[in-house]
Structures are given as C-alpha cells and as structure tokens.
Design a protein around this ligand. Structure first.
Ligand SMILES: [Fe+2]
Length: 131
C-alpha cells in the first residue's frame, strides 16, 4: 500500500490532493486484487476513472510547471507521455484479454512504482519554483 507523506509535497496543494487521489485509486486496485473474484464492472469503473483522472492531472500539473517556469517541465511532460503510452497499451490488452489477475497485478506494480518514483524525482522539483 502506498502512503502519501510530506516527502511527496510539491508546493501546490491542488497537485498534492490529486496525487493523494491517484494513490488512493492505486491502493484500491491492490485491494481489488486481494479479493477472490473481483467484479469486472468494478474493475472497468476503476480503470476508466484512473485513465481519465491521470490524463487530467498530467495536463494540470504540466500547466503549473510551465507557469512556474520549472526546469523539470520537459522531463515531466516526457515522463507523462511515457506513462500514458504504457496505460494505453495496458487498456488494449485489458479489452482483449479481460480482467485477468496477472494483467491487473502487473498494472498495479508498474503504476505504484511509477507514481512514487515520478513524484519524488520530478514532481517535487516544482516546490522550488512554486510560490
Ligand atoms: Fe508529474
């Protein structure tokens, strides 16, 4: 389970709230995976929410970095594009193969690892630039 701590703080309360929401949803996926037979409808809903929330959050965060002239802006944009690409590939597989536990476990592992290292390596650089 991921836990948001002060080390994830970006200097923007809104971005931090969005990160907390993303962490909650990734943790929810972990909880679903622990169930003996997670419902397809619940998985569909969670994944579609995660997909659209991530896209909205990335756009918002990139806008904040651009406005603050944060030197991490380009790196952030590239990392976001790479994650969206990965998520799109996952969605194709999910639609073709269904809610296979192995597929969902893999998404959870990748997403949990990615968000943690991305926030710590890139997003928190906003702190030095945000007023
Ligand atoms: Fe980011």
């Amino acid at each position: 389970m991921l836990v948001w701590t002060e080390q994830f703080a970006t200097g923007s309360a809104l971005i931090d709230t969005q990160h907390r929401m993303l962490i909650d949803k990734i943790n929810l996926l972990e909880k679903l995976l622990a169930e003996p037979a997670p419902s397809r409808a619940v998985c569909d809903e969670l994944l579609s929410f995660l997909g659209s929330y991530v896209a909205t959050h990335f756009k918002f965060e990139e806008g904040c970095m651009l406005k603050a002239r944060c030197p991490a802006h380009d790196k952030n944009k590239q990392a976001h594009a790479a994650f969206l690409d990965l998520f799109a590939k996952f969605k194709v597989k999910y639609q073709a193969e269904g809610a296979k536990p192995e597929l969902l476990r893999n998404l959870h592992a990748v997403a949990a690892d990615w968000i943690k290292s991305h926030i710590l390596a890139v997003d928190i650089q906003l702190k030095a630039c945000a007023k």
